[in-house]
Design a protein around this ligand. Sequence first.
Ligand code: CA
Ligand code: CA
Length: 321
Amino acid sequence: MIGRDGAGSRSTGSAARATLFGLVGIVGTSAFGWALALEPISPRPVTGRQTLQRPGVATPPAFREDAWHLPDEPLLGFVEIPAGAFLMGSDPSVDPMAFETEQWAPGQTRGTLEVPTFYIGRYEVTVAQFEAFVEDTGFAVDPRTLTGAADYPVAFVSWPDALAYARWLESRLRDWPDTPAELSRRLAQGWRVSLPSEAEWEKAARGTDGRIFPWGNAPGRDRANYARAGRASVGSLRCVECAHGLSDMSGNVWEWTRSPYQPYPYDETDDRENLEEDALWVMRGGGYNDTEQNARAAVRGAADPGVRREFIGFRLALTSF
Ligand SMILES: [Ca+2]
Ligand SMILES: [Ca+2]
């Protein structure tokens, strides 16, 4: 577990960093030389509630006040992603916007990866959900973390903040008599509420057909909050075509994963080896202020685990790792 703050010292110019060329990178200090594609000088404050409801589509999601503001669904917003293989990474002949960091190996553009069954949140974790955690535990947060509308994705959360929320919710769900039986069964089997791995995230976002965006191969600003001014209520852009019926996998906020950034081919068995003190952690999906290139399902963002930005949040996974 890395819990240090992103405002600490960093050296620059290491060989490891040179391999990150082409990665969408966000780090905690300005003394850092590579690929800072996304760092706005001063994030725009949220001044009102922005919803992006598409006409003629389903009503926005409902949340349960009696269940820590989790989605009012049979599995409290967890969506099962069945076991099986998917195509991970990008082939530039299919996706001309692909970054080099998305290529599997020299001479092999995409990889086929088997992923066991897991569950992922239909929505990004909201301000109200995170506030329930803070109120219950007294967890110390950045004053900006609880700003924004209740159903906005929570932002200004570091990677340790996100993990702390996941662990708290897991303990609540283990103890709660009304936890849905399917979730209780998984927890009793030793499954954990956590962040998705990078592979779990990408499989959930793009399904098994190698599509570029969660809904298909063409950009679609009517389906995702990108190239806009700020956060929007989770699920306010319903995307019926999106893989697994998930919302905001593209855009709104970047989402922390539990994977350290390592070059492809992806292999989670070595995630805990050779972790440098200043390892970066993968985040996925792009944010509200990104271009369509960063809203693609295969884009690999990375950030210092201590940074807090308005365009970085997370969603949960329930997984057997
Ligand atoms: Ca997102
Ligand atoms: Ca790895």
